[in-house]
Every structure is written in structure tokens, then in C-alpha cells.
Design a protein around this ligand. Structure first.
Ligand code: ZN
Ligand code: FE
Length: 259
């Protein structure tokens, strides 16, 4: 199986997974990038996976379905370009001979889902398509969910195997890491990773996929229980309640206004 990100708009990635003949794509906000790529590489589109309803993730679905007849799979409870197969926690999607487990991960939107493949029997590391829930060094904005929901959703993702390849839907890494360095300045792994990502972006290379093991070491939104982050949160907002949810809530609000 080959995994690659197709850049779309200014900072979206449309993830492609293929076996040399058939492909699946995740969150095609536009169709042209996907159709061009399929044409150039002579592949058939089998499945379109959708994580949430935002237009930069769904805008290409109608044109792709018309051009390819691909099956569309998306969240149970979001407005979606019909028809599609609707799935949520407990469901498994079969595609390209793989089983993808579905998790509800509310927070960015109310019905956001993620797709996880444990890689068993493939020789490949596990794989996570998490849309706008978990980013490298950051997490999605809370448009429709509460901090408690997002913290629970991120905790579910953080419990996946460390080797899991994390396929986020945006190249937000450098701006996330500027905030991460401000709130977790003594984190050596974070400093090393930031320098690495800087050099990748200077060469116009993606910083993704990340991994769960790495994100647990560098992402402040997966580290709200760490004393260093609690200290930073409290220095920013002295009313931050003790405990991970209070720290997470302060960090998420701070990131929204961080320049
Ligand atoms: Zn979104
Ligand atoms: Fe998005």
C-alpha cells in the first residue's frame, strides 16, 4: 500500500492510499487534484472517506462520484453530500482489502469521525485519518464541540499504537509548533522536531504523516497533564482550574488568539 498527501487549496492535504490499481481518498475538498493524479497514475478511485462536513473536506465529492462512481463513506450525524454510507464508533469500513475502524471524535464538529487501520497482516505501520481533530503539534478549533469532548476525542487517538502514522488534513505544523514552543519551551523533543519541520517546509516537503508516539512527546494538546503545561496555562490565565481539562481549555483558548 502506498500513502501520499495531495496538496489542495493553501494548506489542505487530500490523503491517498492505493495498491497500484485502486485508490481511496480522504476529505477531497476539491476534485481536480484527485482526478489529475488518478489520470496520471492510471488508478481507479474505489472509496471516498469523509471525516466531517466542512467544505474544504467535502467540496470535491460530487464531481469525483460523477467521474468515478466511487463509494462515499462519512459520518453518521453531519450534513453530507448524499448518497453516502454513514458510519460511527463500532463500525468498520472495508476498502482495498483493509479494515478501517471508525471512531467518533467530536470537538471540531459535533459529528467528526476518524478512520484507523491497525495494519495487521499488511507489513505496514498502523494508519489514522483524523481530519481536523489532531494536527501535528496542535488540534482543531472547537467550532461545534466542548473542550471536554475534544479532550476525550484526543485521548482516544493518543491511546492508539505509538507507530500509528497520523494523517492530518492540514499543513498547520509550523504555526502549531510556534505556539507549542511558547507554552512548552523546555521540551527538547519539541525543539528538535521544530527544527526538522522547518527544514522540511523550506524544501516545500510535507511535515506529515506524524506519529502518535511523536505527538505524545511534542503536542501540548496531548500533554495537558504535564506540570510544565499546567504552569504555562496558569501563567497565562490564573483562573485555570487544576487538572488536564482546565489546562486544555486554557491552552485551546490561548491558541485562538496567539500571534
Ligand atoms: Zn474542518
Ligand atoms: Fe479543514
Amino acid at each position: 500500500m502506498t500513502l501520499l498527501p495531495l496538496p489542495a487549496f493553501s494548506d489542505n492535504y487530500i490523503w491517498v492510499l492505493h495498491d497500484g490499481q485502486r485508490a481511496l481518498v480522504v476529505d477531497p475538498g476539491e476534485s481536480d487534484a484527485v482526478l489529475d493524479w488518478l489520470g496520471t497514475n492510471g488508478l481507479t478511485l474505489d472509496t471516498i472517506l469523509l471525516t466531517h462536513h466542512h467544505g474544504d473536506h467535502t467540496g470535491g465529492v460530487r464531481a469525483l462520484r460523477e467521474a468515478t462512481g466511487a463509494r462515499v463513506v462519512g459520518p453518521r450525524a453531519e450534513p453530507m453530500p448524499e448518497p453516502l454510507v454513514r458510519v460511527g464508533t463500532g463500525d468498520t469500513v472495508e476498502a482495498l482489502g483493509l479494515n478501517l475502524e471508525v471512531f467518533d471524535v467530536p470537538g471540531h464538529t459535533a459529528g467528526h469521525i476518524a478512520f484507523f487501520c491497525d495494519g495487521a497482516g499488511t507489513g505496514d505501520a498502523p494508519l489514522l485519518f483524523c481530519g481536523d481533530t489532531l494536527f501535528s503539534g496542535g488540534c482543531g478549533r472547537l467550532f461545534e464541540g466542548s473542550p471536554a469532548q475534544m479532550l476525550t476525542s484526543l485521548g482516544r487517538l493518543a491511546s492508539l499504537p505509538d507507530a500509528t502514522r497520523v494523517c492530518c488534513a492540514h499543513e498547520y505544523t509550523l504555526s502549531n509548533l510556534r505556539f507549542a514552543l511558547a507554552v512548552d519551551p523546555d521540551n527538547d523533543a519539541l525543539q528538535t522536531y521544530a527544527a526538522h519541520c522547518q527544514s522540511l517546509r523550506e524544501r516545500n516537503l510535507p511535515t506529515l504523516p506524524s506519529s502518535i508516539g511523536l505527538e505524545k512527546r511534542i503536542n501540548p494538546f496531548l500533554r495537558a497533564e504535564q506540570p510544565a503545561l499546567e504552569r504555562s496555562a496558569r501563567a497565562h490565565d490564573p483562573d485555570t482550574p487544576p487538572g488536564p481539562l482546565g489546562v486544555f481549555t486554557t491552552l485551546r483558548a490561548w491558541k485562538n488568539v496567539f500571534q
